[in-house]
Design a protein around this ligand. Structure first.
Ligand code: CTP
Length: 400
């Protein structure tokens, strides 16, 4: 059965001669059971009429953010879609989108979209080879967008080379592979701990940390994207997940996180421990607000339970545990020590010495360190991309 069934796809058409192929592409998507919303740049309409596309897609085509009839809500469209495909993608549109220029409906939807975005470039071979095009493609990739490889052959200019838009069948195949990959963890259950923990001192005060939970939430959503059932055990943070495949269990303290994690791990295939769990908590918690007095004051602390260690000790064959390490010095040796002590299958090492890594950022620079001592360093990436790579490793280990 095609994986495209019921998928909502935005097809963004830009002004290239290859735009005529967009009609066929729309038909192929519809044939596979997808819902298509076509949007166009004004120059695309010089190559193919909106009427053909609205007839094929059975929906009005939008090209202006504000049209004479209505205000077209690009934010809503951006949230509606499971995927956005820019085909054909001209050098001009890619340059604009790589730089956040928003002078058309395509630009507005691109900036609002929450779904994966695919580009099927189409241009003449010299434009394709130009360093500025290459740079823009790299920029788009760094945002997590995917580029559908161009074809080789005769171009509209009469020249022969690279730059032809991928054939509609190949674009559909590319999207199908994407949606298939998404269901690779169907039937699996995962738990993810994320965010900080707050350890109460009295009814109004606590010991906490600056973790936002963004990394853990991104992992939970990527696992759910691929069909896993996910329990996200989330400490107190303003961040949340609206993903329908993620069941969020809100907790406050390390003890509550421990209880939820040990309970749900029994039926889980994998546990990812991305939470910044407090290692210590106040030994006694006052049930009244503590009043200030003259002189200093000390709060006696005791150790909390180590969730990762507890799961590592009880894990059975076929269960995976993955940890995180945030280090400032002696990074690799410390991380390797944690893999051993906590019996992780692999650990995701963040070094606070790397720019863009750690708390609060949307990016992260990490190295995976595996049980057998092997290492895999990643470049600076968005946390959502790092999450995808972590889930790729989990998938490989589950299939081993
Ligand atoms: N972790 C956990 N429960 C705790 C403490 C840590 O599950 N009580 C998990 C974290 O979620 C992370 C990993 O253990 O995946 C590493 O945490 P870290 O605090 O860096 O490890 P420690 O062994 O406490 O090392 P240190 O304090 O010496 O850095």
């Amino acid at each position: 059965m095609p994986t495209m069934r019921n998928k909502k796809i935005i097809l963004a058409i830009t002004g290239s001669i290859a735009a005529y192929k967009a009609a066929f592409l729309t038909r192929l998507f519809i044939k596979q059971g997808a819902e298509i919303q076509v949007i166009m740049t004004p120059s695309a309409a010089a190559f193919i009429t909106p009427l053909s596309l609205s007839t094929l897609s059975k929906r009005p085509v939008h090209s202006e953010v504000i049209s004479e009839e209505s205000w077209n809500n690009h934010v809503e469209l951006g949230l509606w879609a499971d995927a956005m495909v820019v085909a054909p993608a001209t050098a001009n549109t890619m340059a604009k989108l790589a730089n956040g220029i928003c002078d058309s409906m395509v630009g507005a939807v691109y900036l609002s979209a929450k779904c994966p975005i695919f580009f099927a470039p189409a241009m003449d071979l010299d434009m394709w080879k130009h360093p500025s095009t290459k740079k823009n493609l790299e920029t788009l990739k760094s945002y997590g967008n995917e580029i559908i490889p161009v074809g080789h052959g005769e171009l509209a200019s009469g020249l022969v080379g690279d730059g032809r838009m991928a054939e509609p069948e190949d674009i559909v195949k590319f999207l199908n592979t994407h949606f298939e990959k998404k269901q690779s963890l169907k039937g699996k259950t995962a738990i993810v701990t994320a965010g900080p923990t707050f350890e109460a001192i009295d009814p109004v005060r606590f010991i906490g940390n600056r973790s936002t939970g963004k990394m853990g939430i991104a992992i939970a959503e990527k696992l759910a994207d691929r069909g896993a059932k996910v329990h996200l055990i989330l400490g107190p943070t303003a961040q949340k997940s609206d993903h329908e495949g993620v069941n969020t269990i809100n907790v406050t303290s390390a003890e509550e996180m421990y209880q939820a994690a040990t309970k749900h791990f029994k039926k889980a295939n994998v546990a990812v421990m991305a939470a910044a769990v407090a290692d210590y908590r106040p030994k006694t918690v006052s049930n009244k607000k503590i009043k200030k007095k003259e002189g200093d004051m000390a709060v006696e602390l005791e150790r909390t339970k180590d969730i990762a260690k507890a799961l590592g000790e009880t894990k059975k064959k076929g269960q995976l545990t993955i940890g995180f390490a945030l280090e400032t010095n002696n990074e690799k040796a410390n991380a390797k020590g944690k893999v051993e002590r906590k019996n992780f299958d692999f650990i995701v090492l963040n070094s606070l010495r790397d720019k863009g890594a750690g708390f609060g950022h949307d990016t992260n620079k990490v190295t995976f360190i595996f049980k057998d001592g092997s290492e895999k360093p990643l470049k600076l990436k968005l946390k959502t991309q790092v999450a995808d790579e972590i889930v790729d490793e989990i998938e490989k280990l589950l299939n081993d």
